[in-house]
Design a protein around this ligand. Sequence first.
Ligand SMILES: O=C([O-])C(=O)C[C@H](O)[C@@H](O)C(=O)[O-]
Ligand SMILES: [Mg+2]
Length: 438
Amino acid sequence: MRRDGGGLPVTRDLTIAEVRLTPILVADPPLLNTQGVHQPYTPRLIVEIVTADGVTGLGETYGDTKYLELARPLAERLTGRSVMDVNGLFGIDLAVDASRVEGGTDAGGLRGVQTADKLRLSVLSAFEVACLDAQGRALGLPVHALLGGKVRDAVEYSAYLFYKWDAHPAGVRAEPDEWGAALDPAGVVEQARLFQRRHGFGSFKLKGGVFPPEQEIAAVRALADAFPGHPLRLDPNGAWSVATSLNVAKELGDVLEYLEDPTLGTPAMAEVAAGTDVPLATNMCVTTFGEIKEAFTKDAVQVVLSDHHYWGGLRNTQRLAAICAAFGVGVSMHSNTHLGISLAAMTQVAATVPGLHHACDSHYPWQSEDVLTERIAFRAGRVAVSDAPGLGVELDRDELARLHRRWADDDGALRDRDDAAAMRVADPAWHTPVMPRW
Ligand SMILES: O=C([O-])C(=O)C[C@H](O)[C@@H](O)C(=O)[O-]
Ligand SMILES: [Mg+2]
């Protein structure tokens, strides 16, 4: 890249010359949720957008087949456009195969409604992030500067605790992990201590909906005893009835920062909200702009967990945060399995959101593999906001190639996330639970 006298990059041609899409499979530990268990490897898609001057911007999103099917034609249509034309990017007409959104909910029911537009936004978001990264690298500016500037120097994340097996079922090809099992209150507390020791996290979220509520109440109580005064959350992904949700809220009201998606759907969430002072958070009943009006007018949720992947990028995340602020609803961030490119993007946008009063979720500590030359570090549970150009991360091409080979070698069994299928390996009788489960 050319540089001016002061060492700043001089890039004049911001035309997109090439778009590279690399599907990969990354190791994932046996984390339990109400749908089943995580597969030993999970699909992600890495997007590289290269300008005529040779600047490369990075993005990352879901790698399942339905996302790849949309990403490929989109990539073909980008050559010749400018990386500056992000509004134009969102105007590109992408035909979504209707059969891909049948069945109603996303990721087996963990991420709310599934619509053609949400699918489209989930793909576009990775391209938006890659364009912003390329812009920043070309202009010598961090992404947060392109989004209006940071209002904080570090973003706080919470420890994302999971009930977990020691290892994936015997005979299943998998990478070992160093976390051990967590299947009871003592195991959950031990996992939380590891999170604190390794990354300094000060707030804790337990993924629930795995065991009957009494057991999960006991686990949260054990966390409250072990970490007095620390913010705690419990998220059963909608596995409880309204009555059960209200009971859990009563039992844990004195220690919970919020209860996340205790029950399914805005009307039921509104009923729970009306019966408790414990704030309710969601990444299931408000996951699209169209769902906001009903949820906010019914006062069904007090905190919306944004996720730039399916809300449609970093600028839509800012728009969501502004709407939440206008209605007096809190905002924070949801996460499922992601790598460092997405953590960098989450951190850059979170740095620009005023009124972010809850630590964000991130699965990143669970991922032993990444496609970056240097892993992003949590210090005191926080990620420092990079001021380097773009997202401030570099791609490790060897690692990208290795994880892509794993994807290419897979017979298709792991290319689409299916937690229920992964559970059936251990328990052939397992079926996706009917909700409410309790
Ligand atoms: O509600 C949530 O926070 C999630 O759905 C996050 C993840 O999808 C998590 O539950 C998982 O991956 O098992
Ligand atoms: Mg959740």
